[in-house]
Design a protein around this ligand. Structure first.
Ligand code: ADP
Ligand code: MG
Length: 287
């Protein structure tokens, strides 16, 4: 494994982004350590792409800041910019290029590059002579991924990269991404609605709800400490070290559970399914 930076790849501090009077991101703070694979979870409109836009420096925050490799992303020097990779939600433009020419063209911005990882090329399975505008949605998405990964970035950001991939290509890509992060020590931040993929790949989970970061937790801690407590009401948990992250008629979804937490008699504990937990945590609530 390569030795990576001794600085944090990502530090997001109190990030707020407004579009007119609408607040798309509201005081979001988190960090990403070297080698972390981070899932960005949230409903449509939760602010995932806005956060990713701020992370990449395409959007200027109203408040707060994004530092990549210790420097503000809005004036990131070229050598640090070249350590990032970005897969947009939809790739537009470059229609008249052939696939091969576009790969060479984009690659040229990075200076001298090693040959493209054969596993990535095999997975992308693209004909270099094809014109970009003739590609199917899935092929275009594979091209966007190839372009973002070919220079082996230290911080890779992917905005719903598997939305138009078939299950074979998607599963193979998630494996490729996991291998990439392990092999290079790169940090990855990925948004997706395929929850099972994220749970398998990612070491950390960020849940966005209406522009707020409502939960930032290592995946193993989430698995070990998130529980349904049936027949429980918020007031009986007052003195317990539990965070209520969801509520339904029959009980509460809590975070911070362990064998040592003594619950009121009659409370039944069960392990939530990941999708159920996602639905609870990211549900839109009345203000
Ligand atoms: P997600 O990626 O989680 O689906 P987005 O970050 O794209 O959500 O959008 C978050 C909210 O901000 C949505 O309500 C969206 O309509 C709004 N929004 C995003 N971009 C703009 C923009 N350029 N102008 C106005 N509103 C925007
Ligand atoms: Mg989006």
């Amino acid at each position: 494994m390569n030795i990576r930076q001794d600085v944090l790849p990502v530090r997001v501090t109190n990030l707020t982004k407004r579009f007119g009077s609408f607040t798309a991101l509201d005081g979001v703070s988190f960090t990403v350590e070297p080698g972390e694979t981070v899932a960005l979870l949230g409903r449509n409109g939760a602010g995932k792409s806005t956060l990713i836009g701020c992370l990449m420096g395409f959007l200027v925050p109203d408040k707060g800041s994004v530092d990549l490799f210790g420097q503000n992303v809005l004036d990131l020097p070229r050598d640090l910019r070249a350590k990032t990779g970005f897969v947009p939600q939809t790739m537009t433009g470059f229609g008249a290029f052939t696939v091969g020419k576009l790969i060479d063209y984009i690659g040229a911005f990075y200076g001298r590059l090693p040959p493209i990882d054969p596993a990535l090329l095999r997975w992308a399975d693209l004909d270099p002579k094809k014109i970009v505008k003739s590609l199917s949605g899935g092929q275009r998405q594979r091209l966007a991924i190839l372009l973002a990964m070919r220079h082996e970035p230290d911080f890779l950001v992917l905005d719903e990269p598997v939305a138009s991939l078939d299950p074979h290509a998607r599963r193979d890509f998630m494996n490729l991404l996991g291998d990439y992060a392990r092999r290079t020590g790169a940090s990855v931040l990925i948004s997706s609605h395929i929850l099972s993929d994220l749970e398998r790949l990612c070491s950390r989970l960020l849940f966005l709800r209406q522009g707020c970061l409502v939960l930032d937790v290592p995946t193993n801690v989430f698995r070990a400490t998130t529980r349904w407590l049936d027949h429980a009401t918020p007031h009986i948990l007052n003195d317990l070290p539990l965070q209520i992250i969801g509520q339904r008629e029959t009980g509460l979804l809590v975070h911070g559970w362990s064998e040592d937490v003594i619950l009121p008699e009659g409370t039944t504990i069960s392990v939530p399914d990941f999708e159920d937990a996602f639905l609870e945590i990211t549900a839109t609530r009345a203000a």
